[in-house]
Design a binder for this molecule. Structure first.
Ligand SMILES: Nc1ncnc2c1ncn2[C@@H]1O[C@H](COP(=O)(O)OP(=O)(O)O)[C@@H](O)[C@H]1O
Ligand SMILES: [Mg+2]
Length: 354
C-alpha cells in the first residue's frame, strides 16, 4: 500500500560537504531496512531528508505514488524516534505518548484507549502516571517508541534509538523492537552504526559510506558475500583478515606459502584476500592449503580465543578464533585456509572478485 521510494537523493550543505551523494532505495510495507555505516557517512542526513527535516539538493522522496518533496514534515505522517528520547519532562508518560494525537484534535476518549493499548504492548501500563525523570533509560526509550506507534504512521524512522542504553538493556530492548516491528505492516527505516543491530533486526541492510550505498542485501548475504573490501571490513566481529598478496598466474603468495586463486578473467599482479577469523581453523593432516606461523598474541573472548599469528617468511599477521582450552602464545600453529571461505577483492577498486 505505502511503499517508500527514494530516488537519486542528494544533499549538499556546502561545496565540500555532501553527506548524501546519490541514493535510491525502495522500502516496501512491512520491510525493515537498516542504514548501516560509520559515524559521519550520512545516515542521519538521509533519514532527515525522508522526514522532510532537510530539503534535498536533488532527487525525490515518495510514499506510494505521492511525491513528498513539497510536503511539510508534519504532514508526511511519518513517526521518528531519536537517540535522545526527547520526552517532555513536565508531562506524564500517558501525556507524552498521547501528545501527537492531542495536537491532531483526536477525541480524548480515543486518545485514552489508544495510549492504553500501545502502553500495554510496550509494558508501560503501570507507569502511565509517572514523569520521565521517574523512569529508567530503557523505560524512557519505550515511551519514545510508544509515542511513535500510537500515531499509526505510514512510515517509521528510527535514528540510533538504542545508543543511549547500556549493553544489557540494549540487547533486551532490541529483542522487544524486533517483536514489535514484526507485527507492523509499515516500512521501517532504522539507522545504526552497530552491526549487531543491523544483522538482528533487518530484513534488508543498506551499507553506507561517504553518502553512497555500498551494498543493499539481506543481512545474511551482506555477511557471506560482502560486495567490496569496505563492507567486508565493516561487517563481522572480529573483523575479517584483509591481506594484500602478490600474485603470479593462478597463485598468490603469503610468506612461504601459496594460495590458489580462482579463475579470474584478467590476470592480476596483486589481490586482496579476505578470510574471517571464525573461518580460519587448525589444519588437519589432510588439508592441502595451509600456512604456518607463530602465535604472538592471545585475546580471550570467553568461549574462544582470538589469536594473532605472524606467518612464516613474511611480516604479515593473520587472526584466528581458536579454542580457549589451550595456551597458544609462543607456539607454532598450522592453519587451514579453505578456498570456499576466502573472499577476493580487487586491490584498486576494492570490488569483490569471486
Ligand atoms: N546541517 C548541516 N550543516 C552542515 N553539515 C552537516 C549538517 N548536517 C550534517 N552535516 C555533515 O554531514 C556529514 C554526515 O552527517 P550525518 O548524516 O549526521 O552522519 P551520520 O548520521 O552517518 O553519523 C557530517 O560530516 C556532518 O558534519
Ligand atoms: Mg547520525
Amino acid at each position: 500500500m505505502a511503499k517508500l521510494k527514494l530516488q537519486n537523493l542528494r544533499k549538499q550543505f556546502a561545496p565540500q560537504v555532501v553527506p548524501v551523494k546519490d541514493i535510491s532505495l525502495e522500502i516496501e510495507d512491512g520491510e525493515f531496512l537498516t542504514l548501516l555505516g560509520p559515524s559521519g557517512c550520512g545516515k542521519s542526513t538521509l533519514l532527515r531528508l525522508i522526514a522532510g527535516l532537510e530539503e534535498p539538493t536533488a532527487g525525490t522522496v515518495a510514499v506510494g505514488e505521492r511525491n513528498l518533496n513539497k510536503v511539510a514534515p508534519g504532514n508526511r505522517n511519518m513517526a521518528m524516534v531519536f537517540q535522545s528520547y526527547a520526552l517532555y519532562p513536565h508531562m506524564t508518560v500517558a501525556e507524552n505518548i498521547g501528545t501527537a494525537l492531542k495536537i491532531r484534535k483526536t477525541p480524548s476518549a480515543e486518545i485514552q484507549s489508544r495510549v492504553a493499548e500501545v502502553a500495554q504492548k510496550l509494558g508501560l501500563g503501570s507507569l502511565l502516571d509517572r514523569k520521565p525523570r521517574e523512569l529508567s533509560g530503557g523505560q524512557r526509550q519505550r515511551v519514545a517508541l510508544a509515542r511513535a506507534l500510537v500515531r499509526n504512521p505510514d512510515v517509521f524512522l528510527l535514528d540510533e534509538p538504542l545508543s543511549n542504553l547500556d549493553a544489557l538493556l540494549r540487547e533486551q530492548v532490541r529483542a522487544e523492537l524486533k517483536q514489535l516491528f514484526d507485527s507492523q505492516n509499515k516500512p521501517v527505516v532504522y539507522v545504526t552504526h552497530d552491526q549487531t543491530e543491523a544483522m538482528t533486526l533487518s530484513s534488508k541492510v543498506a551499507v553506507l559510506k561517504d553518502g553512497l550505498v555500498q551494498q543493499l542485501d539481506p543481512p545474511r548475504r551482506i555477511y557471506t558475500h560482502p560486495a567490496n573490501e569496505f563492507v567486508a571490513g565493516f561487517v563481522g566481529s572480529p573483523q575479517m583478515n584483509l591481506l594484500t598478496l602478490r600474485c603470479e598466474g593462478q597463485q598468490a603468495f603469503l610468506g612461504d606459502f601459496r594460495i590458489a586463486l580462482p579463475d579470474f578473467s584478467n590476470p592480476l599482479s596483486s589481490v586482496v584476500m579476505g578470510i574471517r577469523p571464525d573461518d580460519v581453523s587448525l589444519a588437519t593432516p589432510e588439508e592441502t592449503q595451509t600456512v604456518q606461523g607463530e602465535v604472538f598474541l592471545t585475546e580471550g573472548l570467553g568461549k574462544e580465543n582470538l589469536i594473532s599469528i605472524r606467518i612464516d617468511g613474511s611480516d604479515t599477521n593473520i587472526r584466528a578464533l581458536l579454542p580457549a582450552d589451550r595456551a597458544w602464545e609462543g607456539n607454532k600453529v598450522t592453519l587451514a585456509l579453505l578456498p570456499e571461505k576466502i573472499h577476493w577483492f580487487d586491490v584498486k577498486s576494492g570490488e569483490r572478485l569471486n
